[in-house]
Design a protein around this ligand. Structure first.
Ligand code: NDP
Ligand code: BG6
Length: 491
């Protein structure tokens, strides 16, 4: 059982809170993992009484808590019982974070209790400064508190540094939890297990055997209700600077000496520091920036990005990025790493694909496809190894086949969602899966030349149809090295 807590969620009526945070906390509560007296306090500007707020969260739980297929009637009854207990934990606090004086009344309500207080900044980075200052002014930054910062941490290198300096002026580094929910995903954890819990792959995991690495986070959703936020952010800041770089680090890092937070983070940092710096040539040739136009998602018409609610007409914010980079160290020198993300893509898929080199000499007439290890993070959670095998029948005709490891088949039962794992870690004070300040800084440092070049250049993003795999130019990016994106290779 976790210790008693007051969890204050700034932005507690927003999309992230409703879609991910309350469902994660609810499921943890149903499993008996929240202290019985733990409170969840949502803070936002709109005026809502406690009942209206609880009704709003109730609706969100209906919508976003996954209905486990085959849920037994008993499990459903237990969930219903848990619902009223969970809703009773919730209170709502109306406050405009830009008005520092309003933090005093929040303090009064927190002072009434003897519990650990966690401040979760589930708001855009533009509000971080006001919140940290407000907490400090009200004396809420005591040694007993923790503060969780959502990504993206800032808008660029300078603002990220300013936020880090401000938060570390008010809190000790050990109190600060910089969240990237991809680090809490089960399959990302499994990537660590696959690499460092086995000996099989390690001898192959380097430039001698790996031809290229592709890391994709493709989404079918558009910008939903977040048009305004997204239009000021774009895919590069929203996904590449954090989620994709974290996946790259876990894929490419050296084995850490232990699983303690700093050993893992030290190795991730080394990867970020080894990323090939951008040059004028690579900025021009190795990045594709796209924006979706109207198209069709599984047969249903989908509007163009520029006509989404909250998006400025004529906006040139990117909704798609594909890039090629390299890691300048002995393990990886010369191996292309392709990173790619987009909204309104053909399929929802997050995966890491390691393509191995072709056999140096073939004794067969059939062409040999390079072996590929595909680690799928979502929607399925599996690892698939593509190998060549002899097709039945006369002669030696070789065909590509795959060996599958489906985690859902092996590990039955409910999976913890990333936010559930990470929120419980914050309540317990375990920072292993959170970003350190120097990691965030280093990621921004590498990203900044890209942002600067786009700003100076002013070229609009390439257009791609909603429901496609992105601009045609992204295929040219891989074709330059004689390869192709995983889905273009078939099977
Ligand atoms: P939303 O725009 O949906 O929510 C913003 C929240 O902030 C609302 O509750 C809003 O309520 C509140 N708010 C805005 N201004 C103020 C203010 N001056 N004072 C107090 N409260 C205020 O954003 P999201 O929830 O989508 O995103 C929040 C952060 O989480 C972003 O940084 C995003 O990158 C990150 N994130 C989002 C994910 C998602 O799936 N949505 C996933 C991972 C990270 P009100 O208007 O009533 O004040
Ligand atoms: C968030 C981004 O960090 O991650 C969203 O802000 C994106 O734009 C989301 O949709 C994707 O997360 P997941 O877990 O659904 O892949």
């Amino acid at each position: 059982m976790e210790s008693n807590f007051d969890l204050v969620i700034f932005g507690g009526t927003g999309d992230l809170a409703l879609r991910k945070l309350y469902p994660a906390l609810f499921l943890a509560d149903c499993d008996g993992r929240l202290h019985p007296q733990g409170r969840i306090i949502a803070a936002a500007r709109q005026t809502l009484d406690a009942d209206a707020f609880r009704a709003k969260v109730g609706e969100a739980l209906q919508r976003f808590v996954p209905k486990v297929s085959g849920d037994s009637a008993a499990a459903q009854t237990a969930r219903d019982a848990c619902l009223s207990r969970f809703l009773d934990r919730l209170t709502y606090f109306s406050l405009d974070v830009n008005d520092g004086t309003q933090f005093q009344s929040l303090k009064k309500s927190l002072d009434e209790r003897d519990s650990k207080t966690i401040f979760y900044l589930s708001v855009g980075p533009a509000l971080f400064t006001a919140i940290i200052n407000g907490l400090k002014l009200a004396g809420l930054n005591t040694a007993e508190t923790r503060i969780v910062l959502e990504k993206p941490l800032g808008h660029d290198l300078a603002s990220s540094r300013a936020i880090n300096a401000l938060v570390l002026d008010a809190f000790a580094d050990s109190q600060v939890y910089r969240i990237d929910h991809y680090l809490g995903k089960e399959t990302v954890q499994n990537l660590l297990a696959l690499r460092f819990g086995n000996t099989l792959l390690e001898p192959l995991w380097n430039r001698t055997w790996v031809r290229d690495v592709q890391i994709t986070i493709a989404e079918t959703v558009g910008v939903e209700t977040r048009g305004e936020f997204y239009d000021g952010t774009g895919a590069f800041r929203d996904m590449v600077q954090n989620h994709l770089l974290n996946l790259l680090c876990i894929t490419a890092m050296e084995p850490p000496s232990s699983h303690d937070p700093d050993s893992v983070r030290d190795e991730k940092l080394r990867v970020l520091r080894s990323l090939k710096p951008w040059s004028q040539d690579t900025l021009r040739e190795n990045i594709v920036r796209g924006q979706y136009r109207a198209g069709s998602m599984a047969g249903v018409p989908a509007v163009a990005y520029t006509t989404e609610e909250g998006v400025a007409a004529g906006s040139d914010t990117e909704t798609y990025v594909a890039l090629r980079t390299e890691i300048l160290n002995w393990r990886w020198a010369g191996v292309p790493f392709y990173l790619r993300t987009g909204k309104r893509m053909a399929e929802r898929k997050a995966e890491v694909v390691i393509s191995f080199k072709s056999p140096p000499h073939s004794i067969f007439d059939s062409p040999l496809a390079p072996n590929r290890l595909v680690i799928t993070l979502q929607p399925e959670e599996n690892v698939r190894l593509y190998t060549m095998a002899k097709a039945p029948g006369d002669g030696m005709r070789l065909r590509e086949v795959h060996l599958d490891l489906d985690f859902k088949e092996f590990f039955l039962g409910r999976r913890q969602d990333a936010y559930e794992r990470l929120l419980l870690d914050v309540l317990r004070g375990n920072a292993t899966l959170f970003m350190r300040r120097d990691e965030a800084d280093e990621a921004w440092r590498w990203c900044q030349p890209v942002l600067d070049s786009w700003e100076q250049d002013g070229t609009p993003p390439l257009s791609y149809a909603a429901g496609s795999w992105g601009p045609a130019a992204s295929s040219r990016l891989t074709a330059m090295a004689g390869t192709a994106w995983h889905e273009e290779l078939g099977i």
